[in-house]
Design a binder for this molecule. Sequence first.
Ligand code: GUN
Ligand code: ZN
Length: 407
Amino acid sequence: MGDTLLIRAGLLNPVDANRWTFHREGGLLLEGARIVDAGPLARFREHPASRVLDLDGVLVPGFVDVHIHWVQHHVRGRFQSDLMEWLREHIWPEEAGFEADDFARRHARAFFTDTVRAGTTQGMAYSSPHLSALRLAGEAARGDWLLGNAIMEKAAPEPLRRASPDNVDQVAPLLAELGTERYAITPRFALNCSAGLMRDLGDLARRENAFVQTHLSESVNEIREIRAAFPEAEDYTDVYDRAGLLGPRSVLGHCIHLSEREHDTLARRRAWIAHCPSSNEALGSGRMNLAAVRRHGTRYALASDVGAGPSHSMLHVMQRFLAQHRQAGETVTPQEALYRATLAGAECLGRGDRAGDLTPGKRADFVVLPAPDAGVAAEDWFEELLAGEARDLETRPLQTWIGGAPA
Ligand code: GUN
Ligand code: ZN
């Protein structure tokens, strides 16, 4: 074994949607960027590590945000109205500004600085349609990110349409160049794309086993416009299904107003839902039907959906997840919140074998949270942290490690 580092700290690690493990006095043994062992500190008495470091706090896996618009970071949480109005009046004009490289570079740096400070180490993000802004975000990225330029060939302001790919031959070379680990095919939502283009993108995604990100069934007005634009489709989900855009590497944002038929389609295609509770609350979009998602066994992970989501802090997203579903009388636990904001996100992004929790063999991505007082149970401590401090923690930087080093 080469140089090793033993970190002594608390450890809180998700196992699945129902369980986590907690060691108030834990040890995490690293060799370079990888975790080689993790567990109660007592176990490490026998391990002569090259170096030992005490971190004052509890380590949790780096957070994963599977649906965020980096180009909306500077206008997050600013407006509260209907989705379509918010997009047309506020968001699309703002995104047109990413044509300018200086503007895009500055905002890309600010975005990745802020996400690291909030403990997010991985994610999948929407860029504006501009190729230059996508490349600048790729250069500025900190952590493990999939990025896609939003494809908006129609029903959008002229500057965005002009910047957008309008043909699969403009997307395929980009996917070939950046690879499926970095580039996600991103038809923004069905209103911005023709059925023909979506079919070509669906073919490309299947041929290359590429990730697809888009929005599905977020607001009632949006659904009304979709019905008018695609009269031949059974419903909103069918618009994407006909195009071949639904598969195990498809990540659908929101999925709020789905019928049983649509839930069934998503489950059969093994698509993932990006559940965005704080965004849905901010825009008054509604609440994802968690009971239906569970009944169909559809996989989902949590996401901030900044800028509709008011905060990029996954602590805040977890807090709203717990609060909203409890208000609706549904059982949700802190264990599930942590899993959905970490390991489930890594699984959603095809990285569950490499990251997402603190187990041997995985990349050492973690966040140091302030430790509980003596005698406080892990559940109570975690809930209090989410309830009281999520916003505060967004601005008071967390210590975040990516690949075995402080980020
Ligand atoms: N639907 C299409 N574009 C967007 C977007 O930027 N944000 C949200 N929340 N929904 C969308
Ligand atoms: Zn979104």
